[in-house]
Design a protein around this ligand. Sequence first.
Ligand code: FPP
Length: 224
Amino acid sequence: MNPLNHVAIIMDGNGRWGLKYKRSRNAGHKEGLKTVERIIKQSIKHKIKFLTLYAFSTENWRRPKKEINYLFSLLENFLTNRIGELHKKNIRLKIIGVKNFSSKLNKLLDGSEKKTSKNTKLQINLALNYGSKFELINAFKVLQRKGEKISEKSLSKYLQTKNIPDPDLLIRTGNTKRLSNFLLWQLAYAEIFFERKFWPDFTVRDYDRIIKEYKNIKRNFGKI
Ligand code: FPP
């Protein structure tokens, strides 16, 4: 059985769910947050150590301002109300991506990361204003500036995922089969599961089923 240390998730389909059931994309984001909470709990049950969630990509800035503002207000409320509870549960929060939000949100993010920095049960990496191509180009630029030799190891030091092992498993909901500029380097050997369901409909049972299937895959890493 394969060990499962790190799960990465592209939480897709909120907008379509919201339009289908509530005639509002934002209602889908609100419902999607409930799935986030369920999956965090279930990840702890499975003794997963790292859970990386794609919450906002560098491309998501192209959405209408109203939707962007709503997403960040959800995040602000979530952190304000729940960070204490996450901390009590020994969960660490880490942001990957460029933190160039309002000073209020930047402060909240920094404070949440700092408060939970010593926690060890589960590390949640929240990808916010994250884009993998930008991350890679930036890492190569740092290597070039420092005159360091280019290697897998040296490059990894300058990625936002420094000190985080690569994901074993990637799940994308929402019936779309693409990576959308997410962890392109880090997912080199991940097992990938594309789910038809929209993220708000994704259940703990769906998660358990994928994990079970993942555990039984023969992972070769290029060997036979
Ligand atoms: C993709 O669905 C989802 C997002 C861009 C945002 C994900 C946000 C949440 C799950 C809620 C907030 C999370 C936190 C941690 C506060 P989409 O809108 O692209 O869906 P679509 O493909 O149906 O349009």
